[in-house]
Design a protein. Sequence first.
Lengths: 201, 311
Amino acid sequence: MKTQVRAQLQIRDNPLKSAHGPADTPTQIRPDWYPDIWHVGIILACGAAFRFIYQMAYKPFWSGDSVNYSDVFYLWTHHIFVDAERTPGYPLFLGLVQWLADNAPMARGMGVRSQYLAVHLQCLLGLLAAVFIYFSLRALSVRPKLALAGGIGFALIGAVCFFEMLILSELLSLFSLILGILFFLRCMQEVMVLALRLSPC
Amino acid sequence: MVAVLSFMLVVLAVRCSYLPGMRGYARPLAKLALLIVVAAGPLVLSWMTMNLVHIGQFRINTYNGALRTETTYNMFNLVDAEDRVAGEMLWRSYLASNSNGQVKRDHVWDALDDLTQAWQRGLLPIPPFDWSRPENAHYPGQVVDLYDYLGHVSWKLAKKHPLLYLRNVLNNFASGTFDHNFTPPSPSEMQDPHAPEGGSVVRDKAFYTATVWINRIEIPLLTTAYVILLAYVVFSPLLLLSRKKDNLLRDGAVVAIAMGAFATILCTCAVAAYFPEHGVPFMGVLVICVVYTVSNAKRIVQFWKTPSARR
């Protein structure tokens, strides 16, 4: 049903295409994915190339505040839940990283392998965030090439790449926020589709 | 952010219900506002409930008391007589760290050792630290009492001198939120931060220099993007109250995101010191605002050129 409404919207937006009749509707919708895949590839390639500079320039940053996050998870592994100085998202992320790196959680620090893995995963989250920016912009009906520029622009923000190297919560917050915004904008799109379906044509 | 997004959706729903031809959108928008609250609420509430069970306090974190001192960082000479001991220590650390035009709002951490000692000697008006208490069995959980006391002292100061407090918040907003300088640490820095193996975090000097230049180049770009975000906030009533229906929902969505980011930033300034790193999670919002503005540049120019379009 939603596909039908989307097809109807597409025909309304571009009356020239409606002249071909309903038979070629599927071919009108499906090819839309190809530029998206191509654009996502370009964003990922640009982002990865730019991140190479930061990966070459720095080792993971362990700062004074990093301990606060790793300690929360360490205490949880010992069934101690009285440390609520930080919210649980980033300590859980560090827990996942330590599990993946096969490092036992420790007090006042984290294994070397875990720290490198955390930074690499944050890099991946930064790249994914750039892709989400692209799709968020598409959800706002921004032209594909401009959305591509937006995605590349985000992938090339040095501050984001810099914070990917830090064992701190900023990057995970950024990723979660962008994911939330993408869901929000997709829901807004659905609202528009739903309202159009309810309103008399 | 969630609260502001939901509020903006409700505003949009009300606006749609008054616009002919847009009434069909009002109910789905109100439902979406509810959906956002229902999706985010349980996560926050379950964490707060966990804290209620384990530390006996229904709250998101236990740090916020200490952070609140950062909003009254230069007012500790004005404390009440009962808070004189803590006030003197915080005033000393303020004077030591805020000289020659340098502003350090988070000097509470410099004074924490002195404050902890005064607390252990029973000089502060809170129950002394006691290792036999259950929350201190494996971790000094009672330190929350000290943080909360400092937060209480700061809150009293803010209520007693609201203009000074507001000036601090506005100064923090004006100086902190426009600052997008993320200078990398010097290669000679070995302690905070340090590499996983110890020593400097700088791996290669040439690439390090490149990142220093990237930072310099993007400072004005990020500040411009932030000004565009603020423009969405300032002109939000014009966008939302416009009689033009074509792009109301898309404009409303961008305004809601910009308002959410702005409200979070402003709230941060009101309850703690704002540092440039606090703006990193909003980098995506900045990009969305800039690209959406470029995408609608023609419409925006037309909007300002034609007075009838603004009504």
